[in-house]
Design a binder for this molecule. Structure first.
Ligand code: S3P
Length: 165
């Protein structure tokens, strides 16, 4: 892999990966979309059928199959929570960039989108709590951090390219 983007829901992983893929002319893969493709179910359907536990297992299996993917990978917001997933990400040898956004910005972005079972009932306070709970897992596998609150997708992409040299 060339680059891995991690971060909380709505931190910009998907948009930035697509932008960078076009800019650098490399393939892009979104882990959630790949999970949906392989399981032939949407993310909400997977959660409805087997809960978060079953989603995490499928997520791990799909991630494990991507070690030879030669492009940019946008992970899901919960991918780094499992130790074995963090190890897979690190073992890929690709730089891992954490995109961060404040609870306020995350809340407003999430309310313009749908299809995230874990976000459906989250208040701004709930987002702040979940972000805090996940921070150590993100930090454990991250090489670079970019705060995306004030940045456009193209500015984030420029920063990623600049930081990676
Ligand atoms: C999740 C984030 C989602 C998706 C699933 C669970 C999470 O991905 O993998 O709904 O636990 O944060 P995005 O970060 O792309 O929304």
């Amino acid at each position: 892999m060339k680059l891995i983007l991690v971060g909380f829901m709505a931190s910009g992983k998907t948009s930035v990966s697509q932008f960078l893929g076009r800019k650098l002319d490399v393939p892009v893969l979104d882990l959630d979309r790949e999970i949906e493709r392989q399981s032939r179910k949407t993310i909400p359907e997977i959660f409805a059928a087997g809960g978060e536990e079953s989603f995490r297992l499928i997520e791990h299996q799909v991630l494990a199959g991507l070690q030879d993917f030669p492009g940019i990978l946008a992970t899901g917001g919960g991918t780094p929570l499992r130790e074995d997933n963090r190890q897979l990400l690190k073992d890929s040898g690709a730089p891992i960039v954490l995109l961060q956004a404040s609870p306020q910005v995350t809340f407003s972005r999430l309310h313009k989108q749908s299809g995230r079972p874990l976000a459906d009932t989250l208040s701004e306070e709930g987002i702040a709590e979940l972000q805090q709970k996940r921070q150590a897992s993100y930090d454990q596998c991250t090489d670079l951090v970019i705060n995306t609150d004030e940045l456009t997708v193209s500015e984030i992409a420029d920063r990623v390219v600049g930081l990676l040299g």
